[in-house]
Design a protein around this ligand. Structure first.
Ligand code: SAH
Ligand code: MG
Length: 222
């Protein structure tokens, strides 16, 4: 129980998902054994849907960790697409490089080392999709910096936006997470109310916000 869905719902949804890439399964198991904060299976499935729907070829990710989600997304794009991903921990950055190499995806995934708040400005690109999955207090900064590089009609996904239910209920908030909760609530208000976007917050995994970036012509007359 993660305070988002009853566990029988999550288990059932997960039981429907079959990944037949054995190497990827092994990698997920390895990450789960180490309790690394990789994407929930059902979030992965939703990402897969979006990549297919957009026919995405270029994705930016904030928060690489050991590379699970970037490898997953790269594989969904059938090795045709490119992923740019950013990681501030040197240990995880190095591990991600190794894992990406092991999967033979060095040409498809570029990992930047550094704090995304600073280095997102160095990234160049025109992305179909962005996946924000890093320090929760900075989601608005990550979002606005990614937004500048998004194609109109693109999708920005933000992971963990319900944060173990704390974002939805004061009763669940623990004291040391108060700032994070305030920041994430402000973030969800922002992406939900700005006329440049259409956002839907899904109780998937730890909460996933899906934001469609409207083209200028669609909102400039508002
Ligand atoms: N997307 C990964 C999991 C990411 S976990 C997956 O699903 O496989 C979050 C990662 O973001 C951690 O490794 C953390 O070190 C990194 N991170 C947190 N804040 C960051 C920041 N400001 N800039 C870059 N990376 C950050
Ligand atoms: Mg996450």
């Amino acid at each position: 129980m993660n305070n988002i869905n009853p566990s029988y719902i999550d288990s059932y949804i997960n039981s429907l998902l079959v990944e037949d890439d054995e190497k990827l399964n092994k990698f997920r198991e390895y990450c789960e054994e180490r309790a690394l904060p990789i994407i929930h299976k059902e979030v992965g499935q939703f990402i897969k849907l979006i990549i297919n729907q957009l026919n995405a070829k270029n994705i930016i990710e904030v928060g690489t960790n050991v590379g699970y989600s970037s490898i997953f997304m790269s594989k969904v794009m059938n090795d045709e697409g490119k992923v740019v991903t950013l990681e501030r921990s040197e240990k995880f950055y190095k591990e991600a490089l190794k894992n990406i190499s092991d999967f033979g995806l060095d040409k498809n995934i570029r990992v930047y080392f550094g704090d995304a708040v600073d280095i997102l400005d160095e990234v160049e690109g025109n992305f179909d999709m962005a996946f924000i999955d890093a320090a929760k207090s900075y989601y608005r900064i990550f979002f606005d910096k990614c937004l500048k590089m998004m194609k109109p009609g693109g999708i920005i996904l933000s992971d963990n936006v319900l944060y173990q239910g704390m974002i939805a209920s004061d009763e669940l908030v623990v004291r040391r997470k108060k700032t994070l909760v305030r920041n994430l609530r402000n973030y969800l208000e922002y992406i939900s109310h700005d006329e440049r976007f259409v956002t839907s917050v899904l109780p998937l995994g730890d909460g996933l916000a899906v934001t469609y970036i409207r083209s200028k012509e669609c909102y400039q007359n508002y």
